[in-house]
Design a protein around this ligand. Sequence first.
Ligand code: SF4
Length: 284
Amino acid sequence: MDNGLVMISRGYKMEVGTAPDHAFDSIFSGNTVEMCPVGALTATAYRFKARPWELKRTPSVCNNCSVGCNVRVDVRVDKVMRLMSRTNDEVDDGWLCDRGRWGFDFVNSQRLRTPLIRRNGQLVAATWDEAFYMIAARLRDIISKHGARAVGGIGSTRTTNEEAYLFQKLLREVIGTPNVDHHHGYFPGPRDPLTGKPWMMTNSIAEIEKASHIVLIAADPYERQPILDLRIKKAMRSGARIYIVNARETELDRFAAQKITIPQHGAGAAVKVLLDSVVGQEKP
Ligand code: SF4
């Protein structure tokens, strides 16, 4: 597990500190700041930049990975100052990873604040009403000339489930095209050999901690979906055994009952072999 904070000394001399020769090194360190009851632990990103009563608090969802932890966005004037956890036991158990907690700076620095419309070869600042009117007019024009199927939409992988749902609804029900996707390029995970679609998790996030055996195929939750990593470690504390199939080393390797190293992009073939073996053993 990560090197955490420890209690040093005893009685009235007790202090919060780090273990001898071990820096506090955790991808969940922000939770200690949020939980610190006396405000002694602070985060550089927020420290001395705002007072709590100046903040407007808005419930939201972290979109830094597919877990979708629930967050509260604290905004001062028009700037996001910090993200705080907003407990949803079914998803995040009340925790945030540091990537999600502090990975919001792009909202302040790269946000599209003014739409630009190309006029005579030049991008010119416009109002949102002008931009939306122009998009609607262009779509109407394309659909009347070529039909709705001439329109397609690629959603961002950074959207929440709710935003992705609204995006596909706009494409399918308002525009009337079936051409909707949510990413482009190579999907790194394994695919179902029959349908060609990526394999996805079919259980709920909360159910992971009740599993007795967990097989991770081409997955690295510690790096990519850290809050799932916490669930897996919770399951391990209850006796779950972990099996890892991956081309790379992962942080969970040290806890695995068994690790199978496969070639790069070999996850699909590995799954097929595993499934054939399981199905073969189940046959009478
Ligand atoms: S695991 Fe981390 S990055 Fe992923 S949604 Fe939760 S807080 Fe955000």
